[in-house]
Design a binder for this molecule. Sequence first.
Ligand SMILES: Nc1ncnc2c1ncn2[C@@H]1O[C@H](COP(=O)(O)OP(=O)(O)OP(=O)(O)O)[C@@H](O)[C@H]1O
Ligand SMILES: [Mg+2]
Length: 350
Amino acid sequence: MKKLMKGIGNWLDNFKETSVIGLDIGEDTIKLTEVDTGRGRIVLKGLSIVETPRGGVEDGKLKAPKMVAEILNPVFEENNFSTKQVTTAISGEEVITRAIEIPNIPKEELGEAVKWEASAQIPIPIEELILDYEILGRGEDGSYNILIIAVKKKLIDNYLKLFELLKLQGVAIEIEPIAIARTVGKLYETDTIGVIDMGTKTTDISILHKDQLLFTRTVGIGGIDITHDVADSFELRLEEAEEYKKENNLFEEGFTSLVLRSLTTDIYRSLDYFQVKNKGVDIKKIILTGGGSKLLGLDKHLSNEFGVNVEKLDLSNRLTSNLRSEEDLLQLAPFLGVSIGLALREEGIV
Ligand SMILES: Nc1ncnc2c1ncn2[C@@H]1O[C@H](COP(=O)(O)OP(=O)(O)OP(=O)(O)O)[C@@H](O)[C@H]1O
Ligand SMILES: [Mg+2]
């Protein structure tokens, strides 16, 4: 897993100091953290959460770096962080992954073979992509099972612009599922874990096996769709629906939500697809994260539907900080998985 996106990582190859800020630019809020780690513990040295300016981010993509820089400038002026180095992530939705098989060739030739396969399988000119790959395993005949990861180069321009405006030193740009995988991998020992990160407009479903990201898929349903659904069903204004959603267990309300139904089906399909392709690898646990994971009863609902242990990302006793009260930290923890994973990158720097 550590090697994933090294293409992008090395591309910005500036890594010198030890600490790095994890910058997660979400559709709803922007989260920044700086961490220290001990055994299975994470100490937050720096933390800021600010609302994303309207139009700053669109469909998971940083659209207006200037607007976002204006909002973030005061955060850095207040000296909340001890470093100028930063790692950020792009939405899983923007990443193209392909699982392929390559025959037994010398390892040095894999890079070329991956390029060739990528140009055959991805309908975007290869010069416009940043490519990386991960060897997932090898067949008895020595063939390679490979996960190709590709991102459009152009997508990265706005992030570089943002770094420049904020006078930050960009260390790496990753994808969100990899960042979250690092946080979950640090805190849980379970062999195979499913991670569901429910944000504002999308939900990322990922599967990790022994610290390696094996699978990731983005579903175009997020917290905002649930709010709209509640607003329509109960004839509420959007702000009222947002409150209602946060305060009530929608699964106990006798409220039949089409949105929740299709989200559940989409997650199930992804898990099922993974299980069919990876017989013998059993998903032992599913971790919920992102703001949507706070939805009351979601863990129980998914657990009943899938027959697997589903729990919220549990940071109690694992995340400490003298910046906020313990209770505040627990409230905030579901939002911080990606940002903390990015800040943890120093340990796994390639
Ligand atoms: N207590 C709560 N119960 C249910 N949903 C909540 C709660 N608190 C926040 N949310 C929802 O979480 C979502 C925001 O989550 P998050 O901050 O993880 O998204 P984001 O990272 O900004 O967005 P994205 O990852 O899609 O770019 C919103 O849709 C919000 O309504
Ligand atoms: Mg997010």
